[in-house]
Design a protein around this ligand. Sequence first.
Ligand code: F6R
Length: 236
Amino acid sequence: MKFIKVKSYEEMSRQAANIISAQVILKPNCVLGLATGSTPIGTYKQLIEWYKKGDIDFSNTLSVNLDEYVGLDSNNDQSYRYFMENNFFKGINIKAQNTYVPCGIAKDLDKECKEYDENIKKLGGIDLQLLGIGIDGHIGFNEPADSFEKNTHIVDLHESTIEANSRFFADIADVPKKAITMGMVSIMQAKRILLIANGKNKEDILNKALFGPITPKIPASILQLHPDITVIYSEA
Ligand code: F6R
């Protein structure tokens, strides 16, 4: 594991964007695994800036997102598809048909989960997976549980996650209670993993996840078993 501690959110974002742009330059048709949330926003901004300067070309790049709320469609400004369009995709030249986000309004959610995994396999797996971490140790929406969930699945969001994410909603009652999330197999089979975390409130869980026992009670702890993971942490 490569652990990089930096002084500011901007530096974390720039270093993360550096790793992602190097991946895209080395393999233009790579598959990027992407995350939402507040942590990666600066990374996406930086990548957009470099794209606009002509330094990166995403025209052959593919992306698969980690998760989506159940019940929110792509026009809902709290959906993760909407987030990705507005914080990243519309600022770069990635092709719409090359971007995959689980569909939270699929009629048959189990089928959607199965097809999401099949599609990742069909794409050849993920080259570089970007991750944030929840304060309870979740990655994607893999919440603390008695066992690690292997495949893309539907999850009941924990109270602490609903509370943490309520900052984006008008009312906590509006936060969906369920989500669809990639499971551990697709995440762990990514060739490389880049975990970013920002703020003092993430320090404790980051320490437990990266240096404590590996347990499904702290889903991110499984990352200790990945052979190629870089963690960038900014305490500011
Ligand atoms: C979102 C995701 C989540 C977030 C986590 C941290 O796609 O995968 O695991 O990374 O909830 O969220 P922020 O960055 O808002 O602290």
